[in-house]
Design a protein around this ligand. Structure first.
Ligand code: FCB
Length: 487
């Protein structure tokens, strides 16, 4: 482990990043701060067979394999594909004062087989949805891929196959072709790391084996995981190259990464924490901003004879693709502990003492500020949009007398906004903030019990209720806007 870390420090010193001030005419400099919320197609849309939609891996895993339990799936979800329903939802978002909405479009709706024939009905649906958002004064922030890969492509190897780069490029081209007049801000993909992780878990469950979500890839999976990451980054790079050929005025292109500040729980674990940081964070940030993959991780892979299929020029291509901003999904830091007896990669993720825990980890807004300042200092201060931040807590969301008093979520959101504001006051280029999620929805294989929304959803009746967090977030936005007007 020591040797690995030494190498890493050398690399950081040798590498320089160019400071990135946003272009003068960038969307972010021309528009007010984006205050928004986020959702994803499979988690909210329902209508899983409507309008010629193809099947995604999640349709198969949740229906045929029942990985979330019997009857737990996205077939109905929260009816967000239904215009009558989503128009009511847009009205609520507008009422709260949101000026941005991050949503994802479903690849198997647009291209039912993953490649080939285009499904016009899906394009028309999303075009109308975007126009409806715009009519409410809400900027569409469109994610192309939030984990719902067409099943047909999964059967051909999915992200394990280097061909996935071509599949995704074809899909992205169709999207830019049909949406470039309506959408400025594109999020090419969501959380490559967690997606790989959660998909490996789903595969295990689908095969009838027990599995738990491990954010940290295990040594036995690392070869597959790093290869998938490389394919996903290259796919996004190829899509960004195409995006630039459309010359969309004030167009923005990037990806949303789940970044996890690491915390060594004792001094003996600092090398381990740096190593984990290499896999969770630097593996993605370094190619984009430095044009190289982290040497310590590559070195580890070589020492362990992993067959990583990175070709010369891959990392450079990712840098040169010209991503215009960094999307950050922040939930929690990762505490790391090196086991005394182990050699290199037997790490454990301990619980932090005296710390409040949400479903997605420790409630630590201070680590969001640390993360944003790190991006500023180590990666040239690129434009950043917080594409997800939010929390769910067991027993928190009780609908009583028409109210949901979700005090812990409210505090979580406001404290994280304060941490972000503090980083901005210290010079970080942050241009938007999106709560995960606008609504309670399907939390993947965890089902409908893990609520993350600011809008309570009665899943049986589709009735919506604004929670206290929604009202307080709305009040915060209105206060911010009125201060800006006075300045
Ligand atoms: C993120 C995912 C999102 C949701 C939240 C709770 O990792 O991007 O779809 O599941 O966690």
């Amino acid at each position: 482990m020591k040797r690995v870390i030494t190498l890493m420090i050398l690399t950081i010193q040798a590498m320089t990043t160019t400071a990135q001030t946003p272009e003068k005419n960038s969307f972010f400099l021309q528009h007010p701060f984006l205050w928004g919320a986020a959702s994803a197609s499979y988690q909210v849309e329902g209508f899983h067979k409507a309008d010629g939609k193809g099947r995604s891996i999640w349709d198969v895993w949740m229906n045929d394999k029942q990985i979330g339990g019997k009857g737990v799936n996205g077939n109905e979800a929260i009816h967000f594909y239904d215009r009558t329903q989503y128009l009511k939802d847009i009205r609520l978002l507008k009422q709260l004062g949101l000026n941005s909405y991050r949503f994802s479009i479903s690849w198997p709706r647009i291209l039912p087989d993953g490649t080939g024939a285009i499904n016009r009905q899906a394009i028309d649906h999303y075009r109308l949805f975007i126009k409806d958002l715009r009519a409410a004064g809400i900027e569409p922030v469109m994610t192309l891929y939030h984990w719902d890969m067409p099943y047909n492509l999964y059967q051909k190897g999915g992200w394990d196959s280097r061909e996935s780069i071509q599949w995704f490029t074809e899909y992205a081209k169709v999207v830019f072709e049909h949406f470039n007049d309506l959408v400025k801000i594109y999020v090419l993909s969501n959380e490559m790391l967690v997606e790989t992780d959660i998909s490996l878990m789903a595969e295990e469950l689908a095969a009838g084996r027990k599995s738990t979500l491990q954010i940290l890839p295990q040594p036995e999976n690392l070869e597959r995981v790093l290869n998938q990451f490389n394919h996903k980054l290259l796919a996004a790079a190829a899509a960004a190259e195409i995006f630039h050929t459309y010359h969309i005025p004030q167009g923005e292109v990037g990806m949303a990464f789940p970044l996890f500040p690491t915390i060594a729980v004792n001094t003996a674990s600092s090398a381990a924490a740096a190593f984990v940081d290499g896999i969770l964070n630097r593996w993605f940030l370094d190619p984009i901003y430095k044009g190289t993959y982290p040497v310590d991780i590559l070195d580890y892979a070589r020492q362990h004879h992993l067959n990583i299929n990175i070709q010369p020029g891959d990392a450079q291509r990712i840098k040169q693709a010209g991503f215009t901003y960094l999307g950050i999904n922040y939930y929690a830091p990762i505490p790391v502990q090196q086991e005394d007896t182990s050699s290199s990669y037997q790490l454990i993720i301990p619980q932090l003492h005296n710390t409040d825990y949400a479903y997605n980890g420790a409630n630590r807004p201070d680590q969001l500020e640390r993360l944003l300042l790190r991006i500023k200092d180590e990666y040239g201060n690129p434009p950043v949009v917080i594409t997800e931040n939010g929390a769910g807590f067991p027993e928190e969301d009780q609908l009583l007398n028409g109210k949901v008093s979700d005090k812990r979520r409210t505090a979580y959101i406001l404290n994280h906004i304060n941490a972000m504001q503090s980083a901005i006051s210290k010079g970080a280029h942050v241009y938007g903030y999106h709560v995960w999620s606008s609504h309670d929805n399907l939390e993947w294989s965890f089902g409908y019990d893990r609520r993350f929304g600011m809008i309570y959803v009665d899943f049986a009746t589709q009735q919506r209720t604004l929670k206290e967090s929604a009202i307080e977030y709305g009040n915060y936005i209105k206060k911010e806007n009125s201060q800006k007007v006075r300045e």
